[in-house]
Design a protein around this ligand. Structure first.
Ligand SMILES: Cc1ncc(COP(=O)(O)O)c(C=O)c1O
Length: 413
């Protein structure tokens, strides 16, 4: 169909013009019968790969029972089991769950809960974060100017603190600089008594796959505890095994007051969850938040099946091993290619940061057209090529993707 015949909005930017016909595991087949290795995974969503049999079966079974059971009207028999399962896998202290449909909705819900629970009105976010595309989530997002451009006025009460720059060699000095910036913000713009929450991505996602240094996160949590500010971990992109632990905060040993989950939770079925402590949830007045579709039974079924796959023995070990295989190979490639400035993990949340964003884009294009490998960029200028394959990726598929990338680097140099 020609572009002018289309009835679809053009607001979506396109990474590829592929028309997908089917998918299995890490591979998709287009309507032209071409096969591609999908290392975008629906932007870190297809955690169990395309059409995982256990997830497909759970969705089909539930669709045959009932598709929608609105949470204000009904309770259904997958809500409590899913909440109980999430209580087992989320960080210590998290025992109570609210469900919605997308990451933006759940980060907004976290801010709404924090305001009610503390009686305070302000939120601190960190430079380079992405929290979504609704108005409040946009106000909390600083990963790229184009996400917010043209949408002012945005909601007030959001303050941006520094996030450590991964390219600064003196890591301790950089962490100190960022924490001093946070202290300055608390002293000059949003007093602790006005600040309900600090919301942090433990690994920046859209901001360029940048892990927050452990000492930085400790400093943030310490300030939250000192001032009675809630610490919110936005694990929408980094959660559900993506980093080689179930959640990125599990690497850091910190306990969030609220955790935001979406993307990988249900293998691609739109589903999101907020986790908190019962004592905080008790301060969220009944009826003060909700939504038509939250806790959708098919989403619950998909999430339960996904969690079973992710918690199977050896699953996270494979994520860590495949992540190491990939980062080791990419680091070796750095020796030949100075334009490959930094390679970062953890797990299968891997960044290859280029000195020049134009180069990053041409490598991604070459991978797509010549290597049949789907990759995406990230970062404020698109300087990072990010690797986010389905977590079921095999060693052979990592090798195949790496070869396509190495070929693209040589061809575009
Ligand atoms: C960390 C983080 N939070 C929130 C969101 C928003 O999620 P959604 O696109 O489902 O609204 C995203 C999406 O990329 C994300 O990466």
């Amino acid at each position: 169909m020609s572009d002018s015949d289309s009835h679809l909005s053009r607001v979506w930017f396109k990474v590829t013009d592929l028309q997908v016909a089917s998918g299995t595991g890490c591979r998709v087949t287009t309507v032209d019968g071409e096969e591609y290795l999908d290392f975008a995974a629906g932007i870190a969503v297809n955690s169990t790969g395309h059409a995982h049999p256990a997830v497909v079966e759970a969705i089909a079974r539930q669709a045959g029972r009932f598709v929608h059971a609105q949470a204000n009207v009904f309770t259904h028999d997958l809500l409590e089991p899913l909440a109980a399962r999430l209580a087992e896998i989320t960080p210590a202290g998290i025992d109570t769950f609210f469900f919605a449909n997308s990451g933006a909705e759940i980060t907004e819900a976290a801010v709404k809960l924090a305001k009610q629970a503390t009686g305070r009105s302000h939120t601190i976010v960190f430079d380079g974060s992405f929290h979504g595309r609704t108005h409040l989530a946009m106000a909390m997002t600083t990963s790229k100017a184009s996400t917010r451009a043209g949408y002012a006025p945005l909601p007030s009460g959001v303050f941006v603190a520094p996030f450590p720059d991964p390219l600064v060699a003196d890591r301790d000095a950089e962490v100190s600089r960022a924490l001093r910036g946070l202290d300055h913000l608390l002293a000059t713009q949003t007093a602790p008594a006005e600040t309900a929450a600090m919301i942090l991505e433990p690994v920046l996602g859209e901001g360029g796959y940048v892990p927050a240094p452990a000492e930085f996160v400790e400093g943030v949590v310490e300030r939250c505890r000192t001032h009675g500010i809630l610490f919110v971990a936005d694990e929408v992109q980094s959660g559900f095994g993506r980093t080689g632990e179930m959640f990125a905060v599990d690497h850091l040993g910190v306990e969030p007051d609220i955790i935001c989950m979406a993307k990988g939770i249900a293998s691609g079925f739109p589903f999101a969850a907020l986790g908190t402590r019962r004592e905080l949830d008790d301060r969220w007045p009944t009826g003060s938040h909700g939504g038509t579709y939250g806790g959708n039974p098919i989403g619950c079924a998909a999430a339960l099946a996904t969690i079973d796959v992710l918690t199977a023995p050896g699953f996270l070990e494979n994520v860590r091993a495949r992540g190491e295989q990939l980062t080791d190979a990419l680091r070796e490639l750095q020796g030949e290619h100075g334009e490959l400035r930094q390679v970062r993990g953890p797990g299968l949340m891997v960044a290859t940061s280029f000195t020049d964003p134009v180069r990053a884009t041409s490598v991604v294009r070459h991978c797509l057209h010549d290597g049949h490998l789907i990759l995406m960029t990230a970062g404020p200028s698109g300087q990072v090529v990010r690797w986010m394959p389905p977590l079921v990726v095999t060693a052979a598929e990592i090798d195949e993707a790496f070869e396509a990338f190495a070929t693209a680097l040589r061809a575009t140099g």
